[in-house]
Design a protein around this ligand. Structure first.
Ligand code: SF4
Ligand code: SF4
Length: 295
Protein backbone atom coordinates (compact mmCIF):
# COMPACT_ATOMS: atom_id res chain seq x y z
CA UNK A 1 0.00 0.00 0.00
CA UNK A 2 1.14 3.54 -0.58
CA UNK A 3 2.27 6.15 1.91
CA UNK A 4 -1.29 7.41 2.32
CA UNK A 5 -2.13 4.39 4.49
CA UNK A 6 -0.83 6.10 7.64
CA UNK A 7 2.23 7.59 9.18
CA UNK A 8 3.17 4.13 10.44
CA UNK A 9 2.58 2.37 7.14
CA UNK A 10 5.42 -0.11 6.76
CA UNK A 11 8.12 0.38 4.19
CA UNK A 12 10.65 -2.14 2.93
CA UNK A 13 12.87 -3.16 5.84
CA UNK A 14 16.03 -1.05 5.84
CA UNK A 15 19.44 -2.21 7.05
CA UNK A 16 18.91 -0.16 10.18
CA UNK A 17 15.54 -1.78 10.90
CA UNK A 18 17.08 -5.16 10.20
CA UNK A 19 19.88 -4.43 12.64
CA UNK A 20 17.44 -3.26 15.32
CA UNK A 21 15.22 -6.32 14.80
CA UNK A 22 18.29 -8.52 15.12
CA UNK A 23 19.27 -6.74 18.34
CA UNK A 24 15.68 -7.14 19.55
CA UNK A 25 15.87 -10.84 18.76
CA UNK A 26 19.00 -11.18 20.90
CA UNK A 27 17.36 -9.25 23.74
CA UNK A 28 14.25 -11.36 23.29
CA UNK A 29 16.22 -14.55 23.59
CA UNK A 30 17.66 -13.38 26.91
CA UNK A 31 14.23 -12.28 28.14
CA UNK A 32 12.51 -15.51 27.23
CA UNK A 33 15.34 -17.50 28.75
CA UNK A 34 15.47 -15.61 32.07
CA UNK A 35 12.39 -13.40 32.40
CA UNK A 36 8.78 -13.73 33.55
CA UNK A 37 6.26 -15.92 31.75
CA UNK A 38 4.10 -15.06 28.77
CA UNK A 39 0.35 -15.10 29.25
CA UNK A 40 -0.09 -18.44 27.55
CA UNK A 41 2.40 -20.04 29.92
CA UNK A 42 0.86 -18.67 33.11
CA UNK A 43 -0.91 -21.35 35.22
CA UNK A 44 -4.70 -20.78 35.45
CA UNK A 45 -4.71 -20.04 39.20
CA UNK A 46 -1.99 -17.45 38.86
CA UNK A 47 -3.68 -15.90 35.84
CA UNK A 48 -6.86 -15.24 37.86
CA UNK A 49 -4.89 -13.46 40.55
CA UNK A 50 -3.09 -11.43 37.84
CA UNK A 51 -6.45 -10.40 36.42
CA UNK A 52 -7.73 -9.51 39.91
CA UNK A 53 -4.69 -7.27 40.41
CA UNK A 54 -5.32 -5.57 37.08
CA UNK A 55 -9.00 -5.04 37.89
CA UNK A 56 -8.05 -3.39 41.18
CA UNK A 57 -5.42 -1.21 39.49
CA UNK A 58 -7.69 -0.06 36.63
CA UNK A 59 -10.69 0.47 38.92
CA UNK A 60 -8.58 2.74 41.10
CA UNK A 61 -7.04 4.59 38.14
CA UNK A 62 -10.31 5.22 36.30
CA UNK A 63 -12.67 5.57 39.28
CA UNK A 64 -15.11 2.89 38.14
CA UNK A 65 -15.58 -0.89 38.48
CA UNK A 66 -13.45 -2.49 35.76
CA UNK A 67 -13.56 -6.16 34.79
CA UNK A 68 -10.71 -7.88 32.92
CA UNK A 69 -11.72 -11.18 31.35
CA UNK A 70 -9.62 -13.87 29.74
CA UNK A 71 -12.50 -15.56 27.87
CA UNK A 72 -10.72 -18.17 25.73
CA UNK A 73 -11.37 -19.14 22.11
CA UNK A 74 -14.28 -21.55 21.70
CA UNK A 75 -14.02 -24.85 19.83
CA UNK A 76 -15.45 -24.85 16.30
CA UNK A 77 -15.13 -21.10 15.82
CA UNK A 78 -12.91 -19.18 13.41
CA UNK A 79 -13.93 -15.55 13.09
CA UNK A 80 -13.96 -13.66 9.81
CA UNK A 81 -15.11 -10.30 8.54
CA UNK A 82 -16.58 -9.04 5.30
CA UNK A 83 -17.04 -5.46 4.16
CA UNK A 84 -19.42 -4.37 1.43
CA UNK A 85 -17.54 -1.70 -0.51
CA UNK A 86 -20.66 -0.79 -2.47
CA UNK A 87 -22.44 0.26 0.76
CA UNK A 88 -19.71 2.08 2.70
CA UNK A 89 -20.29 5.85 2.64
CA UNK A 90 -17.02 6.79 4.35
CA UNK A 91 -18.69 8.32 7.44
CA UNK A 92 -16.00 6.97 9.85
CA UNK A 93 -18.57 6.03 12.51
CA UNK A 94 -16.86 2.64 12.68
CA UNK A 95 -13.56 4.37 13.47
CA UNK A 96 -14.97 6.22 16.47
CA UNK A 97 -17.04 3.28 17.72
CA UNK A 98 -13.79 1.31 17.70
CA UNK A 99 -11.99 4.07 19.62
CA UNK A 100 -14.71 4.09 22.31
CA UNK A 101 -15.02 0.33 22.62
CA UNK A 102 -11.32 -0.43 22.61
CA UNK A 103 -10.03 2.31 24.89
CA UNK A 104 -7.90 3.87 22.18
CA UNK A 105 -6.05 7.02 23.06
CA UNK A 106 -7.92 10.24 22.25
CA UNK A 107 -4.87 12.40 22.85
CA UNK A 108 -2.71 11.58 21.02
CA UNK A 109 -5.23 9.93 18.69
CA UNK A 110 -4.84 6.26 17.85
CA UNK A 111 -7.19 4.72 15.28
CA UNK A 112 -7.17 1.00 14.59
CA UNK A 113 -9.48 1.48 11.59
CA UNK A 114 -8.54 3.82 8.76
CA UNK A 115 -11.07 4.58 6.06
CA UNK A 116 -9.46 5.29 2.70
CA UNK A 117 -11.14 7.37 0.05
CA UNK A 118 -10.47 6.14 -3.47
CA UNK A 119 -11.16 7.45 -6.94
CA UNK A 120 -13.77 5.37 -8.79
CA UNK A 121 -11.87 5.82 -12.04
CA UNK A 122 -8.73 4.26 -10.59
CA UNK A 123 -10.43 1.44 -8.67
CA UNK A 124 -8.67 0.02 -5.60
CA UNK A 125 -5.39 1.88 -5.71
CA UNK A 126 -3.66 2.37 -2.36
CA UNK A 127 -0.93 4.55 -3.81
CA UNK A 128 -3.53 7.27 -4.51
CA UNK A 129 -5.87 6.67 -1.56
CA UNK A 130 -6.69 9.49 0.84
CA UNK A 131 -7.01 8.69 4.55
CA UNK A 132 -7.52 12.34 5.55
CA UNK A 133 -10.62 13.34 3.56
CA UNK A 134 -13.31 15.43 5.25
CA UNK A 135 -15.90 12.97 6.58
CA UNK A 136 -18.56 15.72 6.84
CA UNK A 137 -18.83 15.75 3.07
CA UNK A 138 -19.33 12.08 2.29
CA UNK A 139 -20.02 10.27 0.12
CA UNK A 140 -18.28 12.37 -2.49
CA UNK A 141 -19.09 12.06 -6.18
CA UNK A 142 -16.56 9.93 -7.99
CA UNK A 143 -15.24 8.29 -4.80
CA UNK A 144 -15.67 5.09 -2.87
CA UNK A 145 -14.38 4.05 0.54
CA UNK A 146 -12.26 1.17 1.80
CA UNK A 147 -11.96 0.83 5.59
CA UNK A 148 -8.79 -1.04 6.61
CA UNK A 149 -7.80 -2.55 9.95
CA UNK A 150 -5.96 -5.71 10.96
CA UNK A 151 -6.80 -8.36 8.37
CA UNK A 152 -6.36 -11.18 10.95
CA UNK A 153 -4.15 -13.05 8.49
CA UNK A 154 -4.05 -16.84 8.53
CA UNK A 155 -0.41 -16.59 7.54
CA UNK A 156 0.56 -13.49 9.53
CA UNK A 157 4.05 -12.11 8.92
CA UNK A 158 3.78 -9.97 12.05
CA UNK A 159 3.79 -12.89 14.49
CA UNK A 160 6.74 -14.57 12.81
CA UNK A 161 9.15 -11.69 13.34
CA UNK A 162 8.38 -10.97 16.99
CA UNK A 163 11.63 -11.78 18.80
CA UNK A 164 9.92 -12.50 22.14
CA UNK A 165 6.75 -14.33 21.04
CA UNK A 166 4.51 -11.51 22.32
CA UNK A 167 2.04 -11.82 19.44
CA UNK A 168 0.34 -14.90 18.04
CA UNK A 169 -2.82 -16.20 16.36
CA UNK A 170 -5.38 -17.76 18.71
CA UNK A 171 -7.27 -20.86 17.63
CA UNK A 172 -10.34 -18.78 16.70
CA UNK A 173 -8.08 -16.87 14.31
CA UNK A 174 -7.73 -13.63 16.25
CA UNK A 175 -4.16 -12.34 16.19
CA UNK A 176 -3.40 -10.96 19.64
CA UNK A 177 -0.63 -9.13 21.47
CA UNK A 178 0.39 -9.66 25.09
CA UNK A 179 1.00 -6.04 26.10
CA UNK A 180 2.95 -7.10 29.16
CA UNK A 181 5.32 -9.11 27.02
CA UNK A 182 5.76 -6.75 24.04
CA UNK A 183 9.16 -5.01 24.14
CA UNK A 184 8.15 -2.32 21.62
CA UNK A 185 10.81 -3.20 19.05
CA UNK A 186 8.24 -2.61 16.23
CA UNK A 187 9.51 -5.49 14.09
CA UNK A 188 5.86 -6.58 13.69
CA UNK A 189 4.95 -3.14 12.35
CA UNK A 190 7.67 -3.39 9.73
CA UNK A 191 6.43 -6.85 8.76
CA UNK A 192 2.70 -6.03 8.49
CA UNK A 193 1.88 -5.13 4.87
CA UNK A 194 -1.39 -3.41 5.88
CA UNK A 195 -0.13 -0.75 8.29
CA UNK A 196 -2.47 -2.32 10.85
CA UNK A 197 -0.25 -2.08 13.91
CA UNK A 198 0.22 1.10 15.92
CA UNK A 199 2.91 2.05 18.38
CA UNK A 200 2.14 3.88 21.62
CA UNK A 201 4.51 6.81 21.79
CA UNK A 202 2.89 7.97 25.02
CA UNK A 203 0.44 6.76 27.63
CA UNK A 204 -3.15 6.55 26.42
CA UNK A 205 -5.05 9.80 26.91
CA UNK A 206 -8.62 8.75 27.77
CA UNK A 207 -10.92 10.79 30.02
CA UNK A 208 -11.97 8.56 32.95
CA UNK A 209 -15.66 8.85 32.15
CA UNK A 210 -15.00 7.55 28.62
CA UNK A 211 -13.09 4.42 29.64
CA UNK A 212 -14.89 1.21 28.65
CA UNK A 213 -14.74 -0.88 31.85
CA UNK A 214 -15.52 -4.23 30.15
CA UNK A 215 -12.02 -5.34 29.21
CA UNK A 216 -10.21 -8.40 27.92
CA UNK A 217 -6.61 -9.13 28.84
CA UNK A 218 -5.62 -9.55 25.17
CA UNK A 219 -7.92 -6.85 23.84
CA UNK A 220 -9.10 -3.46 24.99
CA UNK A 221 -7.38 -3.06 28.34
CA UNK A 222 -5.35 0.17 28.32
CA UNK A 223 -2.01 -0.25 26.60
CA UNK A 224 1.08 1.25 28.23
CA UNK A 225 3.51 3.54 26.46
CA UNK A 226 6.06 1.68 24.35
CA UNK A 227 3.95 -1.25 23.14
CA UNK A 228 2.22 -2.06 19.87
CA UNK A 229 -1.56 -2.43 19.51
CA UNK A 230 -4.13 -3.25 16.82
CA UNK A 231 -7.66 -4.48 16.10
CA UNK A 232 -8.65 -7.78 17.74
CA UNK A 233 -12.13 -8.10 16.15
CA UNK A 234 -13.31 -6.78 19.58
CA UNK A 235 -12.17 -9.97 21.33
CA UNK A 236 -13.90 -8.85 24.53
CA UNK A 237 -17.25 -8.84 22.70
CA UNK A 238 -17.09 -11.56 20.08
CA UNK A 239 -16.01 -14.28 22.48
CA UNK A 240 -19.18 -13.50 24.41
CA UNK A 241 -21.41 -13.81 21.35
CA UNK A 242 -21.63 -10.12 20.47
CA UNK A 243 -20.74 -8.32 17.25
CA UNK A 244 -17.69 -6.07 17.01
CA UNK A 245 -18.54 -2.45 17.83
CA UNK A 246 -17.87 -1.32 14.25
CA UNK A 247 -20.47 -3.76 12.90
CA UNK A 248 -23.10 -2.29 15.22
CA UNK A 249 -22.12 1.31 14.49
CA UNK A 250 -22.18 1.19 10.70
CA UNK A 251 -25.34 3.06 9.60
CA UNK A 252 -25.57 1.33 6.23
CA UNK A 253 -24.90 -2.30 7.16
CA UNK A 254 -21.64 -2.46 5.24
CA UNK A 255 -19.95 -4.58 7.88
CA UNK A 256 -20.55 -8.32 8.33
CA UNK A 257 -19.01 -10.67 10.85
CA UNK A 258 -19.32 -14.28 11.86
CA UNK A 259 -18.00 -17.79 12.26
CA UNK A 260 -16.34 -19.16 9.13
CA UNK A 261 -16.89 -22.72 10.34
CA UNK A 262 -20.67 -22.29 10.60
CA UNK A 263 -22.21 -23.18 7.21
CA UNK A 264 -25.37 -21.22 8.13
CA UNK A 265 -23.53 -17.99 8.96
CA UNK A 266 -23.86 -14.78 6.97
CA UNK A 267 -20.11 -14.67 6.46
CA UNK A 268 -20.19 -18.10 4.80
CA UNK A 269 -23.07 -17.01 2.61
CA UNK A 270 -21.11 -13.97 1.44
CA UNK A 271 -17.97 -15.96 0.71
CA UNK A 272 -19.90 -18.64 -1.16
CA UNK A 273 -22.24 -16.36 -3.13
CA UNK A 274 -20.39 -13.08 -3.73
CA UNK A 275 -17.19 -12.23 -5.48
CA UNK A 276 -14.91 -11.50 -2.56
CA UNK A 277 -11.42 -10.09 -2.62
CA UNK A 278 -8.64 -9.76 -0.08
CA UNK A 279 -6.06 -7.01 0.03
CA UNK A 280 -2.60 -7.78 -1.30
CA UNK A 281 -3.52 -11.35 -2.12
CA UNK A 282 -0.17 -11.80 -3.86
CA UNK A 283 1.62 -11.68 -0.49
CA UNK A 284 -0.03 -14.92 0.66
CA UNK A 285 -0.92 -13.47 4.06
CA UNK A 286 -4.36 -15.09 3.70
CA UNK A 287 -6.51 -12.45 5.39
CA UNK A 288 -9.75 -13.39 7.14
CA UNK A 289 -11.03 -9.93 6.24
CA UNK A 290 -12.89 -10.03 2.93
CA UNK A 291 -14.17 -7.21 0.74
CA UNK A 292 -17.07 -7.56 -1.65
CA UNK A 293 -19.52 -5.59 -3.78
CA UNK A 294 -23.04 -6.39 -2.55
CA UNK A 295 -24.75 -4.51 -5.35
S1 SF4 B 1 -2.93 -7.40 9.06
FE1 SF4 B 1 -0.85 -7.05 9.80
S2 SF4 B 1 -1.07 -7.08 12.05
FE2 SF4 B 1 -2.92 -8.04 11.22
S3 SF4 B 1 -2.46 -10.26 11.20
FE3 SF4 B 1 -1.96 -9.45 9.13
S4 SF4 B 1 0.24 -8.96 9.25
FE4 SF4 B 1 -0.50 -9.18 11.38
S1 SF4 C 1 -19.46 3.15 9.51
FE1 SF4 C 1 -19.95 1.89 7.71
S2 SF4 C 1 -20.38 3.41 6.13
FE2 SF4 C 1 -19.33 4.51 7.75
S3 SF4 C 1 -17.16 4.43 7.13
FE3 SF4 C 1 -17.47 2.70 8.48
S4 SF4 C 1 -17.99 0.98 7.12
FE4 SF4 C 1 -18.22 2.85 5.92
Amino acid sequence: MGDTMSSDTPHPVTRRQFASCTAAAAAGFLLTACGPRRLREVPKARLRSMLDDLEREYSKTYGKAVTVSDTPAADGVVFAYALDISRCIGCRRCVYACVDENNQSRDPQVHWIRVLSMDKERGIDFAHADAYYDAKEVPQDGHFYVPVACQQCRNPPCTKVCPVGATWAEKDGIVVIDYDWCIGCRCCMAACPYGARHFNWSDAGIPNEQVNPAMHYLGNRPRPRGVVEKCTFCIQRVRKGRYPACVEACPVGARKFGNLLDPESEIRYIIEHKRVLVLKEELNTMPKFFYFYGT
